[in-house]
Design a protein around this ligand. Structure first.
Ligand SMILES: [Zn+2]
Length: 296
């Protein structure tokens, strides 16, 4: 089943739904970062959450970043997503691999840790970005984001995220959903959704069975007037360029740049999100230095 993100409503618009199959995009991210299984599940859940929350942004120039740092061996996970459902991310320690948790699942909560915060940053082109922050509750990502929506955005939400890692470390299935109750929503509808979600297996179980994202939603929202509004193709995509990397390099300041130049050194900078390497020869560093001096 290829990757697909859908937006939908149910129960006469009382319920807002964003859901996606993200197997290919998670596989891409996990391959770039050469993740061990627990790291793959942690990064994959965050990438899935990112693409879902990115698709909730209103303007095409907006962007959204989710950071989770809980003091665990994962050493933090960061994803940045855009309204076109593209997403990029990285994990501090892609080699983190823990024994399965008590439910026999990859121990994402253990890898991320619970001594820290979830931070959601929305850049909406204003002078200051919107920043929402809550303490990490379980480190399992889905629960934490549900808590974030309820507390920080006052929108009661259910967040389901799943990543199934195959024995060859490729991604067998990945996907997730965000279900939100709109203000004044019918409480019976909310209760019904809660019961259905409790009964439900992991979203990856349905994806492995070959169910489409629409079929999974039909299953949750049976007899609840589900309406699919539109769909997009989520993807792993980095937007780094040599120009952007050069600007970051310049920001270390003239003093340090001069030192590197005078010592006849070259420099290699790596993009955290896609691992592309950008080399700067000594001659190029000299030119950057000239540019930075003329900027004063
Ligand atoms: Zn990049």
């Amino acid at each position: 089943m290829s990757d697909k993100l859908v937006r939908a409503i149910a129960s006469n618009g009382d319920i807002r739904i964003i859901a996606a199959i993200t197997t290919e995009l998670v596989n891409e991210g996990v391959k770039i970062h050469e993740c061990a299984p627990t790291a793959a599940a942690a990064l994959g859940r965050m990438l899935t959450a990112g693409t879902l929350m990115g698709a909730m942004l209103k303007s095409e120039k907006d962007s959204l970043t989710i950071q989770m740092s809980g003091g665990g061996e994962a050493k933090g996970v960061v994803v940045t997503a855009y309204p076109d459902a593209s997403v990029k991310g990285y994990i501090g320690n892609p080699k983190v691999d823990l024994p399965a948790n008590s439910k026999g699942k990859l121990d994402v909560g253990g890898a991320i840790g619970i001594n820290g915060k979830v931070t959601v940053i929305k850049d909406m082109g204003l002078r200051e970005p919107y920043v929402g922050q809550i303490p990490i509750y379980s480190g399992e990502v889905g629960d934490d984001l549900a808590y974030y929506f309820t507390v920080s955005e006052q929108t009661p939400s259910a967040v389901g995220l799943g990543v199934l890692v195959d024995t060859d470390l490729s991604i067998k299935a990945a996907g997730g959903f965000i279900i939100q109750m709109m203000p004044g929503a019918n409480e019976l509808a909310a209760d019904l959704v809660t019961y259905r979600l409790q009964d439900m297996k992991s979203v990856t179980d349905y994806i492995v069975q070959g169910m489409s994202i629409e079929e999974i939603l039909q299953f949750i929202f049976e007899d609840m007037d589900l309406k699919i509004l539109d769909n997009m193709t989520p993807k792993y995509q980095c937007d780094c360029t040599r120009d952007k990397v050069e600007r970051i390099f310049m920001s270390i300041g003239e003093k340090d740049l001069t030192e590197i130049y005078n010592e006849n050194k070259t420099e290699e900078l790596k993009c955290h999100f896609c691992n592309t390497r950008y080399e700067f020869t000594n001659e190029q560093i000299g030119e950057i230095l000239k540019k930075s001096e003329s900027d004063d």
